[in-house]
Write a protein that binds this ligand. Sequence first.
Ligand code: SF4
Length: 173
Amino acid sequence: MGLTSLPNKTGLPGVVTTTLEEMVNWARTGAMWPLGFGLACCAIEMMSTQASTYDLSRFGMELMRPSPRQADMIIVAGRVTRKMAPVVRRLYDQMPEPKWVLAMGDCASCGGIFNNYATVQGVDEILPVDVYVAGCPPRPEQLIHGILTLHEKVRNEPLSKWFGEPAQSIRVE
Ligand code: SF4
């Protein structure tokens, strides 16, 4: 029986069995701390998602970390300029594994309305994006939906994904 299929509490003693993989992935989704890194207007909605009305702490995510060393995921909230791209990549490289990336908004996902030489046309040019959230800006409900989609993805990841050599840094021009 998996953790997700536990019956309602009956008061009767019982036995729960699961796999190590399922247990670890379940725990990983319980306190996924995001790196606080707002780049543009989308960051206002990200901050709103943290506040009392939407309350990300329901998902163990009330702590935005100022240091990439303490972060489990990065929410790229806003457009990434070519000048900022190496900084974003360096922050990602400084995060310990396992780590995940959520592209928030049209600009982070595909450049949005900024189809020009100065803007990265989607942060997936420089980072491995796990979840894209569309919108300009996305509402907090959409960001929460993206986060829960990421949780679902993490629950189904093989543990072996994070074994072996860490991802190599890439040079961002
Ligand atoms: S998607 Fe819209 S709200 Fe978000 S950073 Fe781009 S222009 Fe601003």
